[in-house]
Design a binder for this molecule. Sequence first.
Ligand SMILES: O=C(CO)[C@@H](O)[C@H](O)COP(=O)(O)O
Length: 250
Amino acid sequence: MAPAPIIAPSILSADFAALGAACSKTISDGADWLHVDIMDGHFVPNITFGAPIVAKIRSHVERPQTAYGKGTFDCHMMISEPKKWVKDFQKAGCDNYCFHYEAAIDSTAAENPEEVTDKKTSPKEMIAYIHSLNMRAGIAIKPKTPVDVLWEILDNHNKDEVPDMVLVMTVEPGFGGQSFMADMMPKVKALRERFPNLNIEVDGGLSEKTIDQAANAGANVIVAGSAVFGAKSPADAISKLREGVEKANL
Ligand SMILES: O=C(CO)[C@@H](O)[C@H](O)COP(=O)(O)O
């Protein structure tokens, strides 16, 4: 059985002029985590915000009582230099620092990750560094990156270097409101088959319409931006996503 469902609304779709209030309301509406999209305009063609804003919104949302508990800030670092910002985000109140495999191996490799074979130790170093600062570590892969690049990282016996979560992008990162890429589900299935207890996150185009595909493939951490913040009732949207994952786990 997959680990517990975790619903993590992406605040990229929230009202940025009232972010603190939007974040605390989303947690009251039933969200487990907040998915905080950090974009640098280089790794992805969009810019959001940095650590000072994360520190501000942290003051509106109580810190989780336990690892991965309610109120976890799941920072999705869509940035070219993920190592540079680990400490700043830790100080700002990030709980889960999720960096991109493509950015860690080499910024030039982001376009052709399957061609890079000789620099795969740096994700492990990143993970150990994040753990040394008492955060959870996530590793994300873009749609063109094959899941196989993760086996060596996940099969490692040194726990400090093993990620706590894998994020399989189900859209090209950069923008909310895109269509769910169902052809990413074989990656999720392969991860779930090999790692029954792993937190597997999916991000992009998740809604009431697509949750069954993601949950049946084995995803348990569900990121949704427009489906939550664009809903008449965000609380109902969160419940429906949770039901989708629970149903798949029965
Ligand atoms: O990381 C990203 C986009 O790069 C996501 O977190 C989106 O913000 C999800 O938005 P929806 O597809 O759910 O609207």
